[in-house]
Design a protein around this ligand. Structure first.
Ligand code: NI
Length: 191
């Protein structure tokens, strides 16, 4: 398959909700391969279909390290079915080159999805791991949500976007998740 162009922040497609996949056909397996080829070419940890201009509910993740090589994970029609805890960590996105800022995420998620062969699976990711955060980040892409919408520090996010000549935050897109905010407050009170 092929390395595709990654759409950059500001492109409308990134803000559009993606549609469910009805059948894991050849078209979908080709899409999965394009996502993997493009993610590896750009040294990303994950990539969602809207980022290559396809509004379908598909994303890929590879959290391998040199010490721990893993297979890439393919998620088709994913649903986060359990979530808990909260963490704020630096995040980036291939649609925002060079721009990193802290985003608020759940520490734990359980996700169900179909794999590249159309077989259902359930995966858990714990402790605010890279995998846990990547699942939430990529899943958000399918709903037109971007990591800056979940920024932990609005001022810092605004500056990072400006420094990288990217469009500003869209205040109407900012997400307030009271459950996460409460957890983060408790964590900082415990410190
Ligand atoms: Ni992203």
């Amino acid at each position: 398959m092929a390395v595709k162009k990654v759409l950059q922040y500001g492109e409308k497609t990134l803000r559009e909700p993606s549609k469910e996949v009805h059948k894991v056909s050849r078209k979908i397996t080709d899409l999965v391969q394009d996502l993997l080829d493009t993610m590896y070419a750009k040294n990303g940890v994950g990539l969602a279909a809207p980022q290559i201009g396809v509004n379908l509910r598909v994303f890929v993740i590879d959290v391998s390290t040199n010490e721990e090589p893993l297979k890439p994970f393919v998620f088709i029609n994913p649903k986060i079915i359990k979530k808990s805890g909260a963490i704020a960590c630096d995040e980036g996105c291939l649609s925002f080159p060079e721009a990193f800022t802290k985003a608020k995420r759940y520490k734990y998620v359980m996700v169900k999805a179909l794999d590249a062969n159309g077989r259902p699976f359930v995966m858990e990711a714990f402790d605010g791991s890279l995998l846990a955060r990547a699942i939430q980040h990529e899943n958000d892409h399918l709903d037109g949500i971007l990591f800056i919408d979940r920024c932990a520090n609005r001022f810092e996010a605004e500056n990072v976007l400006k420094e990288n000549n990217l469009p500003p935050l869209d205040p109407e897109k900012l997400i307030n998740d009271p459950e996460i905010d409460k957890e983060l407050e408790q964590d900082s009170a415990d410190d």
